[in-house]
Every structure is written in structure tokens, then in C-alpha cells.
Design a protein around this ligand. Structure first.
Ligand SMILES: Cc1cc2nc3c(=O)[nH]c(=O)nc-3n(C[C@H](O)[C@H](O)[C@H](O)COP(=O)(O)OP(=O)(O)OC[C@H]3O[C@@H](n4cnc5c(N)ncnc54)[C@H](O)[C@@H]3O)c2cc1C
Ligand code: SF4
Ligand code: SF4
Length: 556
């Protein structure tokens, strides 16, 4: 025996053959497989009740009996370290649910299992029991348990939905909120605005309807607010001496500050606008997220140990270099606030206002010249907000123009439906080509009709112009709402920060640190325009990265 040790990942036929080959050559082999057995197959439809074949595969038998081979199944490699040609692995193993020594392939468990659920391993066709793993080659049965329920895995913050919803069902509201706040401080706000991808994934939807996960979060947070209960502020008795600067008081920055405080680190948050909240405060309209509700939540978050400095634009009121010098770590959470241009003639005329700027003005209570007809360009949620706010501001007519059809619109269906109910008019398969006007003021928009062609990179069918289909829509105001980009002008050119081609900060997702040690980033400025819960999730993970960075620097 050479005594050399070999690790093989994957118990598929190739992994099994290699393991045998190496073991025969005298190596000590460890074969790691994530499923509960080798072969990697789950129970096929035809084998649920009976099976007549001989399932034993001689290769697998040989692997399992070979004295030089150790099989570790139901296992996941969590960390690999290399040192002078040697490797160390951290492996997490799930508990096997069926005792292999006792199982003799009688299938009685399948017959008596009370669980009867749709067969998610078979595209939802038919039903299966909980004994969902079957290796036809070895006759092994087991229960393949995912790390977390599908709803939790789909939530960008991986909220423990099963627990907090269950606690609500038990009437344990305070405990439910505490469970949510283990991973998210914004229960009141997110409970109002999250587009809840978790609900689209919820298994209950296969039976009747998904659990109302988002509304339940709102319910429990509203319960605390309406009962006048003071939310608990749980932080360590003493804070560490190191301080962190947070640039941008949006969901990402404030979530980062919240989790830093919980870990014993105070932060100072620099915010360009008069009030904190980012797009929660200045993007999302009041009727969807009332300012007093948002401010109650932000006051509570900041009371953990975040010093807010509003009306302080980094790059203007204080330099980025000064912040770098004064703090032990910096978090960049400046969002994506620069509206994308339509790139058409006449776009700089009076009467054209970008969607994000328009919504910020409305949220700040700035005067809006809401006369006549307004055209909104775009099919996303920002376009829907701009349209519904325009209607509330008192424009006579609100028209949304979108270059594809309703089916391809990225906006949430309930937002489109609400806009339709409010009387907003939608024109599909129309693209703007020129803003027309007189004396520098717009009077209308020249458009082209489109038809759908082949799918593009996004998977949606590409709009193709119909030649000679030009027409003009008369209007006093035009609001393009076709997307945003981050404004990184506050970062000096010599900062050395890696910036992606989407004008976002590049980070290592393991700790959310940029390429410059001590500078971290998350939220829209890292992902590009996205949903708020992903910004919160990024803020929390960055806080963990910052704590690890400071502690490593301190030599703890
Ligand atoms: C109109 C609109 C509606 C939306 N609706 C929803 C919704 O319903 N549901 C949902 O989940 N998501 C929604 N989103 C997206 C969501 O709001 C964002 O994903 C989220 O706010 C991003 O958080 P953030 O902290 O990364 O950035 P932001 O919320 O943008 O916050 C960044 C903050 O940084 C500040 N800042 C920028 N530059 C500087 C500087 N140089 N110095 C100091 N401060 C600076 C900004 O003023 C801002 O306050 C919406 C977005 C918009 C625009
Ligand atoms: S934050 Fe959004 S995605 Fe996560 S559990 Fe709540 S509603 Fe679902
Ligand atoms: S029923 Fe829905 S909410 Fe409940 S654990 Fe399953 S996926 Fe999650």
C-alpha cells in the first residue's frame, strides 16, 4: 500500500470507477457524495410500489466493500484548505433517515408512509411518499432532506419562514418577530413591499394556494406597532473601539449597521438626502409604504448604534479619502439612482423628467406640474409607480407605453392590475423614437409600432420595429422609467476599486469585500437595480464580513 490518500467527489459512475481504480492501485480513497447513496438516482415512478429487477450493480458492491475505500454519503464539502500539496476538508454530513444496516429492500416503508405529496423529482407528475431517495443499483432507500424548505431557499435573506409563520399560527407574535429579526430588521417595510418570490415557490401552491408569507410578516410587524409595543433593542453591553462608516442610508446600509451593532460595532451612516431610507423613502410611493411607518422602523434600527448624518453627500460634503482615514472599515451602499436615458432626439426638452427623479420629487412633496397628458415609458415596477403616482398627482390622462406585450412586462402583475383599475391606459408594442416640441418644450412623442421577433438574451421575444408605422402621441410630460444605474462619481479615480461594466462595485460574495481591503459593498450598487430584500440580505452578509475583517486585523 502506498499510503497515499485520495479524495474523490461524486459517487456517479465515473466517480465510482475512479475510486475502484485508485483503490486497486493501493491508494486510500475517500469517496464523497452529496446524495444519501451512490449512483445518484431517486425513486422512479415505476418503483414506488413494486420492482422486479435485480438492482445490484457489481461496481457499487465492490466500492462499498473495498477495504481501501471509505464512502461518505449525504455529505457536503464546506471548506477546502491546501497546504504544501496536502488538503484538509471540512465536511457537513446530513443524518441518514433510514438505517442502511437494517434495510433489506422490502419496500414496506413506502407502502406505510403517510406522506403523500406531488412528485417534485418527476416534474410534479403523480405523487410520491417521503421515502424519496432510491438507488436502483444498490437497493438503498432514504429520505433526501434539503438544507431548508423551498420558500426559505428562495427568499434572498433565507428568512426562517416555517418558524415565523408557525409561531404566528401559535399566537406567539413577539417570538415570530424576533425570529424574523434574526435576519432582517425591516419587517414593517419589507412586509409591505416585498414581491415575495418565496410565495411563488411555496409547496402549498401545488395543493391550493401558497402561504401568504409576506402579508403574515406585515401582520406580525403591524401587530407590534398597533399595540404600541416598544420593539426590543438587543445589543452587547459594551461596544468595540473600532468604527465603521456606512455610505448610504438605504435598506442595505441600515441593515448592515443594524447587524454591526448587534455584533458590538458602532457605525456612522452618511446620507446625501435629507432623510434616511434610500428608495424606501424616495422611490417607493407613500401609498405603498407610508413614511411614518418607515421612520418608526428606521428610528428603531438606528437606536441600536448607528449615528445618522443626513444631508451629507460623500464626494461633496466630505471626501471619500477622509472617510477611509477616519474609519476602520467602510460599507458602500449608495444604490442605483441615475435614470437611464432613452437615447432619442429631444430628450433634454422641458417636460421630460426621469422616473426616479419624478418619484423622488413626489415623495419629497416638491411641486409637480401635473397638467394635461403624461406618457410613461417602461414596463417595470418603477414605471408602474410613476404611472400610479402621476394619476394621484392629478394628470388628466396617464399613458404607459411599452415596447413588448403585457405578457413580457417585468412589473408585478398586481401592480399592473391596480394601474389598470385606476384608469391608466396601456399601449403595447410601441417604442419612442423622438421627443417633439416647440421652443424647447415638449408637445408630444413620436413613436414606432413594434412586433415580436425571436427571443433575446433575457429569454423574452425581441421587439422589432414595423417600418413606416410612425405616429405621434401628444403629451405635456414624458417620464422615461427604463432602468437605473449607480452613480459612482463620489469615488476618486485613484481609489483602486474594481468597477464592473454595469457600473457596480465588484465584491467577493464570501464576505462582500471589494478588491480594496476594508471596503465592502452590497445592495443595488453591487447587484444593479434589484429588490429590497436582496439589498438587506447583502447588508447583513457584509456586516458579517466587516466583523471578520476587523477581528482578523485586531488579531483576535
Ligand atoms: C420606484 C421604485 C420602487 C421600488 N419598489 C420596490 C418594491 O416594491 N419592492 C422591492 O423589494 N423593491 C423595490 N424597489 C427596489 C428597492 O427599493 C431597492 O432595491 C433598494 O432600495 C436598494 O437598497 P440600497 O440600500 O442598495 O439602495 P438605496 O435604497 O438606493 O439607498 C442608497 C442610499 O444612498 C444614498 N447615497 C447615494 N450616493 C450617496 C453619496 N455619495 N453620499 C451619501 N449618500 C449617498 C442615497 O441617497 C440613498 O439614500 C423599488 C425601487 C424603486 C426605484
Ligand atoms: S422577505 Fe420577501 S422573499 Fe423573504 S420571506 Fe419575506 S416575502 Fe418572502
Ligand atoms: S408550505 Fe410553503 S411556506 Fe410552508 S414550509 Fe412549505 S414552502 Fe414554506
Amino acid at each position: 500500500m502506498s499510503g497515499k490518500r485520495v479524495i474523490i467527489f461524486g459517487g456517479d459512475p465515473a466517480g465510482v470507477a475512479t475510486a475502484l481504480e485508485q483503490a486497486e492501485a493501493g491508494m486510500q480513497v475517500t469517496l464523497i457524495e452529496s446524495l444519501p447513496g451512490l449512483g445518484g438516482e431517486r425513486i422512479p415512478q415505476t418503483r414506488i410500489i413494486s420492482g422486479e429487477n435485480d438492482f445490484v450493480d457489481p461496481n457499487l458492491e465492490a466500492v462499498m466493500r473495498h477495504p481501501n475505500i471509505r464512502v461518505i454519503d449525504s455529505a457536503e464539502v464546506q471548506r477546502t484548505e491546501a497546504n504544501n500539496g496536502n488538503f484538509r476538508l471540512k465536511i457537513k454530513r446530513r443524518t441518514p433517515r433510514v438505517d442502511r444496516e437494517k434495510c433489506d429492500d422490502c419496500k414496506a416503508c413506502i407502502k406505510v408512509c403517510p406522506i403523500n405529496m406531488y412528485d417534485d423529482f418527476n416534474e410534479g407528475v403523480g405523487f410520491r411518499t417521503a421515502i424519496d431517495f432510491f438507488n436502483p443499483k444498490t437497493g438503498q432507500y432514504n429520505i433526501f432532506k434539503e438544507d431548508m424548505p423551498i420558500c426559505q431557499a428562495t427568499c434572498p435573506a433565507n428568512l426562517d419562514i416555517r418558524s415565523y409563520v408557525g409561531l404566528i399560527a401559535d399566537g406567539k407574535y413577539a417570538e415570530s418577530l424576533a425570529k424574523i429579526r434574526e435576519r432582517l430588521p425591516f419587517a414593517l417595510s419589507i412586509g409591505r413591499v416585498c414581491p415575495h418570490p418565496c410565495e411563488s415557490a411555496c409547496n402549498r401552491g401545488y395543493m391550493d394556494e401558497p402561504i401568504s408569507i409576506c402579508t403574515l410578516k406585515r401582520f406580525v410587524a403591524d401587530w407590534e406597532m398597533k399595540e404600541g409595543i416598544k420593539a426590543p433593542v438587543e445589543v452587547p453591553d459594551e461596544f468595540h473601539k473600532e468604527k465603521v462608516a456606512i455610505i448610504g442610508a438605504g435598506p442595505a446600509g441600515l441593515t448592515c449597521g443594524y447587524f454591526l451593532a448587534k455584533a458590538g460595532y458602532k457605525s456612522v451612516c452618511f446620507e446625501a438626502l435629507p432623510e434616511p431610507g434610500g428608495m424606501f423613502r424616495y422611490g417607493i410611493p407613500e401609498y405603498r409604504l407610508p413614511t411614518p411607518t418607515l421612520m418608526r422602523e428606521i428610528d428603531w434600527i438606528c437606536s441600536h448604534g448607528i449615528e445618522l448624518r443626513c444631508n451629507t453627500r460623500v464626494g461633496k460634503d466630505i471626501s471619500f479619502e477622509d472617510i477611509q482615514k477616519q474609519f476602520d472599515a467602510v460599507f458602500l451602499g449608495v444604490g442605483a439612482h441615475k435614470g437611464m436615458k432613452l437615447q432619442i432626439k429631444g430628450e433634454d426638452m422641458e417636460g421630460v423628467i426621469d422616473g426616479v427623479d419624478f418619484l423622488r420629487d413626489a415623495n419629497m412633496g416638491n411641486p409637480i406640474n401635473a397638467k394635461g397628458k403624461v406618457i410613461i415609458i417602461g414596463g417595470g415596477n418603477v414605471a408602474m409607480d410613476a404611472a400610479r403616482v402621476s394619476w394621484r398627482e392629478g394628470f388628466d390622462e396617464v399613458h404607459v407605453l411599452y415596447r413588448r406585450t403585457k405578457k413580457e412586462m417585468p412589473a408585478s402583475p398586481w401592480e399592473i392590475e391596480a394601474a389598470e383599475h385606476e384608469g391608466i391606459k396601456f399601449q403595447y408594442l410601441v417604442a419612442p423614437i423622438e421627443v417633439v416640441g416647440e421652443n424647447g418644450r415638449m408637445t408630444g412623442l413620436k413613436c414606432l409600432r413594434m412586433q415580436l421577433g425571436e427571443p433575446d438574451a433575457s429569454g423574452r421575444r425581441r421587439p422589432v420595429p414595423i417600418e413606416g408605422s410612425e405616429f405621434v402621441v401628444e403629451a405635456e410630460t414624458l417620464i422615461p422609467a427604463i432602468g437605473q444605474r449607480p452613480d459612482l462619481a463620489f469615488v476618486p479615480e485613484n481609489s483602486g476599486l474594481d468597477i464592473t461594466r454595469w457600473n457596480t462595485f465588484a465584491v467577493n460574495r464570501a464576505n462582500y469585500m471589494t478588491n480594496v481591503p476594508g471596503i465592502f459593498s452590497a445592495g443595488d450598487v453591487e447587484t444593479g437595480p434589484d429588490i429590497a430584500i436582496r439589498a438587506c440580505a447583502g447588508g447583513r452578509k457584509a456586516a458579517e464580513g466587516i466583523v471578520r475583517y476587523i477581528e482578523a486585523k485586531r488579531g483576535k
